[in-house]
Design a protein around this ligand. Structure first.
Ligand SMILES: C[S@@+](CC[C@H](N)C(=O)[O-])C[C@H]1O[C@@H](n2cnc3c(N)ncnc32)[C@H](O)[C@@H]1O
Length: 140
């Protein structure tokens, strides 16, 4: 619940309408983020990745049941695949404004995630990990 309260403030407070999440699992945070995006009328707003096909299937069933298909994509793929940031950008229609990391919480894995994805974050975007949060500064 504290995690979701924090995300609620981040998403609605900043009107973050291009979001990537690492780790879909059973879809709890996906559903809650999807409802926030629907409230903002932000279609194609969340690209959530998970390797586990059973979790992706189950989550998609919940998404359909909640009528959130226009707002959320469940991508069955490895977020460490170099093609994943490209797929995310294509779905969202631009660089992610918020990246939510809810995956390993291990040191080396976090470095790998940052190496691949930090440059994909929109300028001024927020990198939020369930263990830390940083903001990317504009380079100009
Ligand atoms: C802590 S759970 C996510 C919980 C989810 N955000 C929620 O609120 O219910 C972590 C998930 O990350 C997935 N995962 C771990 N490594 C991955 C990788 N390299 N690529 C894609 N998914 C991965 C696991 O399959 C697992 O379902």
């Amino acid at each position: 619940m504290p995690l979701i309260s924090l995300l609620h403030g981040l998403v609605l407070g900043n009107r973050a309408s291009r979001i990537v999440q690492f780790g879909t699992c059973a879809g709890y945070s996906v559903l809650l983020l999807g409802w926030m995006l629907r409230r903002m009328n932000a279609t194609r707003g969340l690209f959530s990745l998970d390797l586990d096909p059973a979790m992706c299937e189950m989550t998609w069933r919940w998404i359909v049941r909640a009528g959130l298909e226009d707002f959320v994509e469940i991508a069955q793929r490895n977020f460490l695949d170099p093609q994943s940031p490209i797929a995310a950008k294509e779905y969202l229609g631009g660089d992610p404004e918020l990246i939510i990391v809810d995956s390993f919480h291990e040191y080396q894995a976090t470095l790998n995630e940052l190496d691949l994805w930090f440059a994909a974050l929109a300028a001024g975007g927020v990198w939020f990990s369930t263990t830390s949060a940083v903001s990317r500064q504009t380079s100009t």
